[in-house]
Ligand binder design. Structure first.
Ligand code: G1P
Length: 296
């Protein structure tokens, strides 16, 4: 058993253009779209903090200033709420800035997820780190990231999260060919392919947006040619690590069966908002009653 360094760093890529959500994302980062009453990105930062990650780095780009403002203090607003005696709203406002200091680095050019992760190399240095993508919201009751960090510690390699999808949906994801490991609840990843055509996919196991990576991924990313969509793909770098041997190679998968919400496109975003809203104590029951009447 290889004991790796303890994971403390989370990299949160948030530089994407959000084209799937235009026109809402014309002047606003897609990460700021509200899921009930919190921007989507806040759920992701909270998940990282709840998993014990203390060093947060967000990869941003042009037109992403709202992200930094959201996680910063807002003295004017806080004072106004204090004067009104509105402690409830003051707590909500401060929740986002209390998540801890966040570091930011700009990607500069939209050259893909692999390139975004590479922008974190100087900050991360030579230790394993987590990557959390904003389009996937993992229910706060789940412990996926913690499990993945344990698997990283145990194997010394890189760890991805997988879900089973309907074969018709696989072309929207990275796809993994895996082998079960006897006696373990994680799997070995033999190979990976980014967004394969339906019918050419090696399995129906889709990569979702949580990774715990060995820092050797940076060296691999530096030498990864643009792949699907002309972008430097993280999946391609992980394929190299899966096929490689020696220090830092080896990719493992945790098959996630828990609750996950996708805010990446318009329909799944609406489903995520409705699901999470229907669970809110303040108005969940009222919403469900209304929805039943609405759909008749
Ligand atoms: C990215 C990855 C893909 C993964 C997906 C999960 O794609 O490249 O392998 O399956 O995230 O959300 P994107 O959705 O950014 O196109």
């Amino acid at each position: 058993m290889t004991m790796g360094k303890f994971v403390t760093k989370a990299v949160i890529p948030a530089a994407g253009l959000g084209t799937r959500f235009l026109p809402a994302t014309k002047a606003m980062p897609k990460e700021m779209l509200p899921v009930v009453d919190r921007p989507a990105i806040q759920y992701v930062v909270e998940e990282a903090v709840n998993a014990g990650l203390t060093d947060l780095l967000m990869i941003t780009g042009r037109n992403k200033r709202a992200l930094e403002d959201h996680f910063d203090r807002e003295p004017g607003l806080e004072q106004a709420l204090e004067l009104k005696g509105d402690q409830g709203r003051l707590d909500l406002v401060q929740q986002a800035s209390d998540l801890g200091p966040i570091h930011y680095v700009r990607q500069g050019e939209a050259k893909g997820l692999g390139h975004a992760v590479l922008c974190a190399s100087q900050h991360v240095g030579n230790e394993p780190f987590a990557v959390l993508l904003g389009d996937d919201l993992i229910d706060e009751a789940e412990t996926l990231l913690t499990t993945m960090m344990e698997v990283q510690q145990k194997t010394g390699g890189s760890v991805i999260a997988l879900i089973e999808v309907d074969p018709s949906e696989i072309s929207a994801y990275g796809c993994a060919d895996i082998t079960a490991i006897e006696g373990e609840d994680y799997v070995r990843v033999n190979s990976l392919v980014e967004k394969p055509a339906v019918g050419e996919a090696p399995s129906n196991l889709a990569v979702i947006g949580r990774y715990v990576l060995h820092p050797s991924v940076f060296g691999v990313l530096e030498n990864t040619e643009p792949g699907r969509g002309g972008e430097i793909q993280l999946t391609d770098a992980l394929q190299t690590l899966a096929a490689g041997e020696g220090e830092g190679s080896g990719v493992y998968g945790v098959v996630f069966k828990g609750r996950r919400y996708d805010t990446g496109d318009k329909l799944s975003y609406l489903k995520a908002v409705i699901t999470l809203a229907s669970e809110r104590v303040e108005f969940g029951e009222d919403l469900k009653t209304w929805m039943k009447a609405f759909v008749g």
